[in-house]
Design a protein around this ligand. Structure first.
Ligand SMILES: [Zn+2]
Length: 373
């Protein structure tokens, strides 16, 4: 049911097809994030029109609200959110560690208090799998612990727990129509990353996720970790770099053999009036755009850029109209999806590696907060 076929290679960069029960994913692929079973401000048909093939939803949030049993009773996540295409859920682990009010970790799991109402809950590897089976995504994650990347001792402990939990998840999984990915951890410690890549690879899951990066380490540290892991990851399985990233991160990730990415950045920036553009990140609320008749990005083929001026979008922002968030989200998501489409083309024609400097310079100004941003 889950097949990964590599169609072209360019040094370590790969183009491929990952087959899922709800459709084929052409990789490398960027997945918009639909935390609460919705990509914020967009309808599923708008998300589809952007060229998105895969959407990520968060187990922690959907477990708390509306409840995974409620989603299961309504026919599962695809039916509930009316997205009949591939879905990926995370394990809930990352949110428990980053959002829950208080949490106590032990070798069997995590007890935490909801950030919504303070109620007490417990996640174990078995429970995370059961919740993800209720939600019914095509790609699901093993329950893992994300450490402070700089703390070697804690990173080792968290990695060992992640490995034990991954084995439990593999045994706990019952549904045959979901691909469970094991997660490599190990902070920014090269020895731990190698050990973790080898261990997770030995579990023979249909794909491998890389967790615990883009959590505060430098770009160079993230690239080094991707470089040290890569030779130990199975070549014939998709690799998913969780929660990454910026346009620059996508280019650098593909260059280092990553196939799947997700990030809240495009939609989060949109809610803060910020748009990707070849000139760098634009803050469209800025008064300099009040009479600007150009689209956000003259080179972009999205609905927003084909239809509206910067001046109109600025007006919507100033008037606090919700359409502003929708229009900028459409553009920002399309920008990353279009970047991935061109990267797939470059891998296919063998030019990706030689184009990396040009791609990185094109996107350089978007990596950081821009002037006025
Ligand atoms: Zn656009």
């Amino acid at each position: 049911m889950f097949q990964f076929t590599i169609t072209a290679k360019n040094s370590r960069a790969r183009a491929g097809v990952f087959t899922t029960p709800h459709g084929d994913l052409l990789t490398p692929v960027f997945a918009p994030v639909g935390t609460q079973a919705t990509v914020k401000t967009l309808t599923p048909s708008q998300v589809k029109e952007l060229g998105a093939t895969l959407v990520l939803s968060n187990t922690y949030h959907l477990y708390l609200r509306p409840g995974d049993d409620v989603v299961a009773g309504l026919g599962g996540l695809h039916r509930f959110m009316r997205w009949p295409h591939p879905i990926l859920t995370d394990s809930g682990g990352f949110q428990v560690f980053s959002l829950a009010q208080t949490r106590q970790i032990d070798d069997e799991g995590v007890t935490f208090r909801s950030h919504i109402d303070g109620s007490t809950h417990r996640f174990t590897p078995q429970r995370s799998i059961r919740i993800q089976e209720n939600l019914g995504a095509d790609i699901i994650m093993a329950f893992d612990e994300c450490s402070d990347p700089n703390d070697h001792e804690y990173s080792k402990l968290a990695m060992e727990r992640t490995h034990r939990w991954a084995e439990i998840c593999v045994r706990a999984k019952r549904r045959g129509d979901q691909a469970l990915f094991g997660i490599v951890q190990g902070g920014i410690q090269a020895d731990l990353r190698v050990a973790s890549a080898k261990f997770i690879a030995s579990l023979d899951t249909p794909g491998i996720a890389i967790g615990g990066l883009s959590v505060g380490e430098t770009k160079e540290e993230m690239h080094t970790m991707l470089d040290v892991m890569e030779p130990h990851l199975p070549a014939n399985k998709p690799r998913y770099l969780m929660g990454v990233g910026t346009p620059e991160d996508l280019i650098n990730g593909v260059l280092r053999g990553v196939d799947i990415f997700d990030c809240v950045l495009p939609t989060r920036l949109a809610r803060h009036h910020s748009a990707f553009s070849p000139e760098g990140r634009l803050n469209l609320m800025n008064a300099t755009f009040a009479h600007d008749q150009r689209p956000v990005d003259e080179t972009c083929d999205c609905y927003t850029c084909r239809t509206f001026t910067r001046a109109y979008i600025r007006h919507l922002i100033v008037a606090k109209e919700l359409l502003a968030g929708t229009l900028i989200s459409i553009h920002n998501l399309r920008a990353l999806i279009r970047l991935m489409e061109s990267i797939r083309g470059y891998i296919a024609d063998g030019s990706f590696e030689s184009r990396v400097p040009e791609l990185l310079s094109q996107w350089a100004n978007n990596a950081k907060r821009l002037v006025n941003g």
